[in-house]
Design a protein around this ligand. Structure first.
Ligand SMILES: [Zn+2]
Length: 318
């Protein structure tokens, strides 16, 4: 069995703070799993579901101090358990995701649930209550526009290319220039890329995100960026992490090194700037493994706790 991937600070109680990010738009921030809600004329659009129904109810209780409108749409940024398994608490009319995310849930949703719970048990408060996988009821390939009613404008959901997974989408409110990126952008929170497509993410996908006219950016984790410049910095920081990770592994591989050399090189490259972030060390193992696999032209293998253990032993043994 694999041990949880705890490191100092990861297991401390997390503060969950509701922060207004626009007129009728809120975010709940905690260290690595920010979520949000957007108010329509008669309903709410929620962005991501949290890891468990209990944690989702804690978020909804805070939200209910501002609005009692029902959640009509629950949008899932991607398939990872920590962002989807709290869905039932929202009692949403529609659960919305990309068609690719629906495919990934069918292919690997259960495996991912097991592995995330094993890796990050402290992020699944009340997991016994999770009734099963979360299935989308409304999917789209590239774009879906939700009319908020009245004069509230729209929420634009877009798949902008492969990235943190092959199915991630962003939610953009053009009238207020507010963007929820899920884990495609991290603002001072470590980048997990164990299921990612680094080449697409660090070029086309982040380019498309950077093209949006954004004044408030809520990333997957970390602080909310509240100016255009800060939003740009968050995108740049994410791109910096992925690019340096990818190049470090690629250089070693091209020079004929093995994956342990690649892990050492990538860790050395990123440690000075990112080493202080929670779960940096365990994330590096998964991230390097995935880059290696991507350089071999492969799709992301499905993680399991046994594979976690095997990869960690292989990469980190002296
Ligand atoms: Zn994720």
């Amino acid at each position: 069995m694999s041990k949880p991937v705890a490191s100092a600070g990861d297991t401390a109680p997390k503060t969950e703070t509701l922060e207004p990010v626009g007129d009728g738009i809120w975010a709940l921030t905690e260290s690595d799993n920010n979520v949000g809600a957007i108010e329509g004329e008669n309903f709410l659009v929620a962005f991501d579901a949290r890891a468990t129904p209990l944690m989702a109810r804690r978020w909804l209780e805070q939200l209910r101090q501002h609005t009692d409108k029902p959640v009509k749409f629950l949008v899932l940024s991607h398939y990872h358990a920590v962002r989807v398994l709290g869905a039932t608490a929202f009692e949403a009319e529609q659960i919305v995701a990309s068609a690719e995310t629906e495919r990934l849930i069918a292919e690997r949703g259960k495996g991912d649930w097991d592995v995330e719970l094993g890796r990050l048990p402290w992020s699944f408060d009340g997991h016994e209550e999770i009734p099963g996988l979360t299935w989308p009821t409304l999917t789209f390939d590239r774009n879906l526009s939700i009319d908020l009613g009245g004069n509230r404008g729209t929420v634009e959901l877009s798949w902008l290319g492969k990235g943190h997974t092959s199915g991630d989408i962003v939610a953009y409110v053009p009238s207020q220039k507010v963007l929820f990126t899920g884990c495609l952008v991290e603002n001072g929170s470590v980048v997990y890329s164990g299921d990612a497509y680094h080449r697409d993410w660090m070029t086309g996908t982040l380019d498309k995100i950077a093209e949006l006219d954004v004044e408030v950016l809520v990333g997957g984790g970390g602080r909310i960026a509240r100016t255009k410049a800060e939003a740009q910095r968050a995108i740049d920081l994410t791109r910096d992490f992925i690019t340096r990770l990818f190049r470090a592994v690629e250089n070693v591989k091209h020079a004929g090194g093995d994956i342990r050399d690649a892990y050492r090189a990538a860790r050395e490259q990123l440690l000075p700037d990112y080493g202080g972030m929670p779960v940096f060390e365990p994330a590096m193992v998964f991230d390097v493994q995935r880059v290696w696999e991507e350089l071999d032209g492969k799709a992301p293998a499905i993680w399991s706790l046994a594979r976690d253990h095997e990869v960690r032993s292989q990469l980190t043994k002296d």
